[in-house]
Design a protein around this ligand. Structure first.
Ligand SMILES: C[S@@+](CC[C@H](N)C(=O)[O-])C[C@H]1O[C@@H](n2cnc3c(N)ncnc32)[C@H](O)[C@@H]1O
Length: 253
């Protein structure tokens, strides 16, 4: 998928709050090995590295565009690699991920696999969007199911892999975790207008549609999406509540 670092950063202020909440879940220890899954442009990976004295932090991402920016932040103890989350290897004291694993399928397999990457006394700390039932997402799916997009997409529909908080808690428990902390939180964003929602989602949720639709249908798809959103949000500014899931767990020594 073609990630655009500049567009992604436009809503940095809104994206920073959940990152801070995730950071607050991290147990600070010195000299640990840390893996950041889906590190993007690396700002947050760098902040994790700053928070953990003498740590060795590796950020993984599958996007060349994002990694190109991230690699400019490389320094001793902070490195970046092109690698899909699904292929992560090694043994780590902290496996960390902010707003990335929602792009990986089958969390019932993924989460247990990620826990095998942990050393004894290790911690996993993950944040991901769980906004798939919000109209801004369901309308997108509805439009993709209408012509001409349905045929152009060959009937493809985005499958949302994110589970319920209860299921994450159960998975972590089944993997032997202790100190399990799983919760959902809503961030009450107020955006200037519908254009701002479209711009936000053009940098994330709309990308799989742009990737699959022929270029000549991109503008029509966005116009149809925007029209539906304008009907839904006739007033400005627009209240855009954004739901996210967090989990953290530790393993015994
Ligand atoms: C929304 S961005 C989050 C980036 C960063 N963690 C942050 O919070 O700013 C999602 C990132 O996940 C990466 N990504 C998506 N699917 C991936 C996969 N299967 N393996 C590795 N990275 C992936 C994308 O390239 C993108 O950089």
């Amino acid at each position: 998928m073609s990630w655009n670092p500049e567009l992604y950063h436009k809503f940095q202020k809104e994206r920073f709050a959940p990152f801070q909440d995730l950071m607050n879940l991290i147990v600070v220890r010195e000299g640990i090995n840390v893996l950041d899954l889906g590190c993007g442009t690396g700002e947050l990976t760098q902040m994790v590295s700053d928070k953990l004295p003498r740590s060795r932090v590796l950020g993984l991402d599958s996007s060349d565009n994002m990694l190109e920016e991230a690699s400019q932040k490389s320094r001793p103890g902070l490195t970046f690699e092109l690698c899909p989350i699904e292929k992560a290897e090694g043994k780590w004291d902290l496996v960390f991920s902010n707003a990335a694993i929602q792009w990986v399928d089958n969390h019932k397999e993924l989460i247990p696999k990620l826990t095998t990457l942990l050393n004894p006394n290790g911690q996993i700390a993950i944040q991901m969007p769980a906004n798939h039932n919000h109209p801004t997402q369901t309308i997108m799916v509805e439009i993709a199911g209408q012509e001409p997009y349905r045929s152009a997409l060959g009937g493809w529909q985005r499958q949302w892999p994110v589970l319920s908080i209860k299921e994450y808690a159960e998975l972590l428990y089944e993997c032997g975790a202790k100190e399990i902390n799983v919760f959902e939180k809503i961030y009450p964003h107020v955006l200037q207008d519908v254009d701002a929602i479209v711009e936000w989602l053009s940098g994330t949720a709309l990308l799989p549609y742009f990737e699959r639709l022929p270029k000549e249908l991109h503008n029509d798809f966005v116009a149809d999406y925007k029209e539906r959103l304008c009907n839904l949000y006739p007033e400005v500014p627009v209240f855009f509540p954004y739901q996210r899931i967090f989990f953290s767990a530790r393993w015994p020594e």
